[in-house]
Design a protein around this ligand. Sequence first.
Ligand code: ADP
Length: 562
Amino acid sequence: MTVAQIGARSFGRWLHALSPASVGFLAAGWLGVVAYEFLSGNTQAIAYEVIGLAGVGAIVVGLSRRTAEPRGAWRLFAAGLASEVLGDCISAYYEVHFGHEPPVPSTADIFYLAAPILFAIGIFLLLRELGAKMSRAVVLDAVIVVVALVTVQWVFVVEALVHESLSALRKADEIALPSFDILVLVALIQLVIGPTRRAVPYRMIGLSIFLLFLSDEIFLLTPQYDSGTWIDVGWLGSYVTLGAAALRPGVKRQAGVAKVGPQRLSGPRLAVLAAALLAVPAVLATERLEHHRIHTLVAAGGAALIAVLVLLRLAGLLRAVEQQNRDLRQLDRMKDDFVASVSHELRTPLTSIVGYVELLAEGASGPVNDAQRSDLDVVTRNTGRLLRLVNDLLFAAGLAEGRLDLRSDSVDLPGVVAHSVDTIRPVAAAGGLGLTFEADNNAYVTGDAGRLGQVVDNLVANAVKFTPPGGHVEVRVTRVADEVNVEVKDDGVGIPAADIPHLFDRFFRSSRALTDAVQGTGLGLYIAKTIVEAHGGTIEVVSSEGRGSTFRATFPVARPAV
Ligand code: ADP
C-alpha cells in the first residue's frame, strides 16, 4: 500500500468516525475561515463574529441533540467559546465604530480571560467523567509541565510585560492571558496523553484548544496585532473545530478508555516529560543564539525544580515497582505453599494405594488371574508415576526454600550411571532406540549417590523420551584431570534455541514438548541443576532443533582420603 493510499484510508476512517452533520459543519466552517481571509473592513469583522457564533450554535445544537457528551464539560466549552465570541464582538464594535482595537484593559479582556479558564475546567471535567484517575503521578507530571511552561512563558512573554511602563491594572491584564494559557495547555496535555487520546472527538477538542493556545501565544509575541492575519485563522479554526466535535454523536460512548495506569510511563507521557525536561536547555540556547539577555536565575530555578520533581516521579515509579515485586514474591510463596501442601496431602493416600495394589497383585486377598494382573500392572504404573510427580513437587518446593540435605559419601559415579542406564534400557528397547554406555574407571565423586542417581535418571529418561524410534542415546562417563563428566547425548527432536536459556527454570517445558504433548512437569532439569550445583558441579546443554541434544554434568573428582 502506498503512502497516499494509507493517508486516504485513515482520512476515510476519520470521516466515517465523524457524523455527516459534523463533517458538513467542519467543511463549511473551514471554507468560511478561508473566505474570511479574502474579506476586508467591516465585512471581515462581521464574518469573524458569524463564524464564532456558528461555533457556539453548533455546541448548543450538540447539547440539545445529546451528541455533545459529557454535558457538563460541553456546557463549559460552550460558555468558553461564547466568552471568546463576546470578547470578539466587543473588539469588533470598537473596530467598526472607532476604527481601532479596544483599549487595554477593556470589557473584552474580561471575556478573553474567562475563556481559557472555562476551557481548562471543561477539559478536567471531561477527563474526570471519562474515568481518568487523579493520582500522585498525574499531578506530578502536570506540575513538571507547568514549571517548564512557566519558565518558557516567563522568559519570552511575561518578563517583558512586567518591565513595561504600564499601569498596574493593564499589567495584570496583560500577564493574565499567558498565565491562563498555561492552565489550558496543561489541561490539553492531560487530554492528549490521557486515556481518551485515541478517540476522534477528543482529538478534535484537543486540536481546537491547541489552535486557540497557539494563536494566543503568537498574538502575545507579536508586537503589533492587525485583524485578518493568520492569527485569526488559528482562532476561527479553533471555534469551527470545537463546534464540529460537538455535533459528532456518541462522543462519550466512543471514548475507548485505555487501560493504562498513570504510573506507567506510556509513550506520549514520556514524550511530554522529555519535552518538559528539554524546555530549560532550549530556552537558554535560544537566548544565547538570539543574543537575548540570559535569564540565568529563572533558568536555574526552573531547572532545579524540574529536577526535583522528576526525581520524585522516579521515586514513585521505583516504589511502585518494588511494591509490585513484593506482591509477586508473596504470590509465588503462596503458590509454593499451596503446591507443597496439596502434594503432601496426596502422598499419603497414594502410598497406601501402591501398597494395597502390591498386596492384591501378590494374591494376599485371593488368587489373581492374568487379566486382573495386567490391569493391576496398569494401576501400579500410573500410581507410580503420580507418586514420582508428587515427590518431585515436594522436593522442588523444599529446594525453593533452600532445603537440600545431602549425604557426603565417596560415590562411584560410573556405577550410579550404569544403574540408571540399566533401569531405562527396557523403555529404550520398547521405543526402538539404541542405548549405549561407556565409562572410564576411577571416576569417584563426593556426594549423595541417591541424588546423583536422580540427576542421571532424569537426563537419560529425557533423552529417551525426546528421541523418536530408530534414534540413538549415548551415555558416557569420562574422567578429565580433576573432573568427572557425565554426558547424555541423543539424536532426537532437539530444543529450540529460544528455549535453551529457560531449560533449567522451574516448571519450564519447551514449546516442542508442549506441541508434541510429551508428558512431564518441567521440574526434572530444575531439580537436576540444583543437585549438581549442590555437589559443586555444573550442568550445560548443547542442542539444535531436529538434530538432537547433549547434556553434560561436570563434577569435581573426589579427593582421596588422607
Ligand atoms: P519434563 O521432562 O518433565 O518436561 P524437564 O525439566 O526434565 O521436564 O525438561 C524440561 C524441558 O526440556 C522438557 O519439557 C523438554 O522440552 C526439554 N528437554 C529436556 N531434555 C531434552 C532432550 N534430551 N531433548 C529435547 N528436549 C529436552
